[in-house]
Design a binder for this molecule. Structure first.
Ligand code: ATP
Length: 303
């Protein structure tokens, strides 16, 4: 019990959450940014998207500040299917996600999208194929319409409304004082956590990108918001290649494939049914603990 009050441990946890917030903000800005500001290789080609299958081949990666975080990660996220990343905190799940838009490049190994090594394609063509929904939806200063359009600056008002409908946001938007023109952000109306999340899902949907990277929220919403957000996500996920850092048991159970990570490695993969059947597996051990998967992930530190 004393451990829980250990200031060093608390500081370490704070640092991890700050790092995560920084990565989330960066993911959002950089994926949405349509102006390429990082150099591509001189011979970079345009990514040609088909099924939008993603493959990690023996990927090793470490941040500049430390040792290897990914120690030879290989897996395939099938086109049009949902792949859930699960595992204890610090296993490397967010790091895997951040390599897909090329915020970092692997030290060795390859990441392929539809068979093309992403190191050899232009960043803009890669990121045009991606949308990202983070745990902490961020609203910019501006109207609701502007906030959705940020996902794709060329989107028409009709496309914005279509995305909002699919994200179960249209009705609450119309109920705001100026509908789609209602200002949000620091000086605008206050939206609930669930409403903010649905706006950020609408922003991802308006991109019409075939690949969705999703960091599933762990924070609790009330039951009604939760149901609306879930429906919005179901729309966003359907027909796309989804790689999700999954915390909800329902997401994990419905995923086409589960990748179980620990300490920078994929230790198991399969469907919920397959993995739950292996009595000695990490997944089965995580899964048998009571409570929801967020608690399970926290408890998994002890494994
Ligand atoms: P969680 O569920 O807690 O987010 P995770 O499985 O997503 O964990 P990562 O966030 O990928 O794990 O972190 C893996 C390791 O890499 C951790 O030790 C973390 O502290 C470290 N790390 C993550 N981001 C950075 C960064 N930007 N710079 C340095 N180290 C980092």
């Amino acid at each position: 019990l004393l451990m829980a009050y250990d200031p060093a441990r608390r500081l370490a946890r704070l640092q991890v959450s700050l790092e995560r917030a920084a990565v989330n903000a960066r993911m959002l800005y950089e994926i949405l940014d349509t102006v390429p500001h990082q150099r591509d290789r001189a011979d970079a080609t345009e990514l040609k998207l088909g099924q939008a299958q993603i493959e990690f081949r023996n990927v090793h990666f470490g941040y500049a500040t430390g040792g290897d975080i990914l120690k030879g990660v290989s897996f395939v996220a099938e086109g049009g299917k949902t792949t859930a990343l699960v595992g204890p905190s610090g296993a490397g799940k967010s790091t895997v996600i951040s390599l897909i838009p090329r915020f970092y490049d692997p030290g060795s190994g390859e990441i392929l999208v539809d068979g093309q090594d992403i190191a050899h394609v232009t960043k803009q063509s890669l990121r045009n194929g991606l949308a990202y929904v983070s745990q902490q939806p961020y609203l910019f200063e501006g109207s609701i319409r502007d906030n959705i359009r940020y996902g794709r600056p060329g989107a028409t008002d009709d496309e914005i409304e279509e995305a909002a409908r699919l994200a179960y946001a249209h009705d609450f938007i119309l109920a705001q004082p100026q509908g789609y023109d209602t200002p949000v952000g620091e000086n605008g109306v206050t939206l609930s956590g669930g409403q903010r999340q649905r706006l950020s899902i609408a922003r991802a949907l308006v991109r019409k990108a075939p690949i969705l990277l999703l960091d599933e929220a762990t924070s609790a919403l009330d039951t009604e918001s939760e149901a609306a957000v879930q429906k919005a996500l179901d729309h966003a996920m359907s027909g796309r290649t989804v790689v999700v850092i999954a915390h909800r048991l329902s997401t994990i159970a419905n995923a086409d494939k589960i990748i179980v990570m620990r300490d920078g490695l994929v230790v198991e993969e399969g469907t919920h049914k397959e993995l739950a059947r292996r009595p000695d597996g990490l997944y089965a051990r995580l899964h048998n603990l009571p409570g929801d998967i967020a608690e399970i992930a926290a408890g998994a530190d002890a494994l």
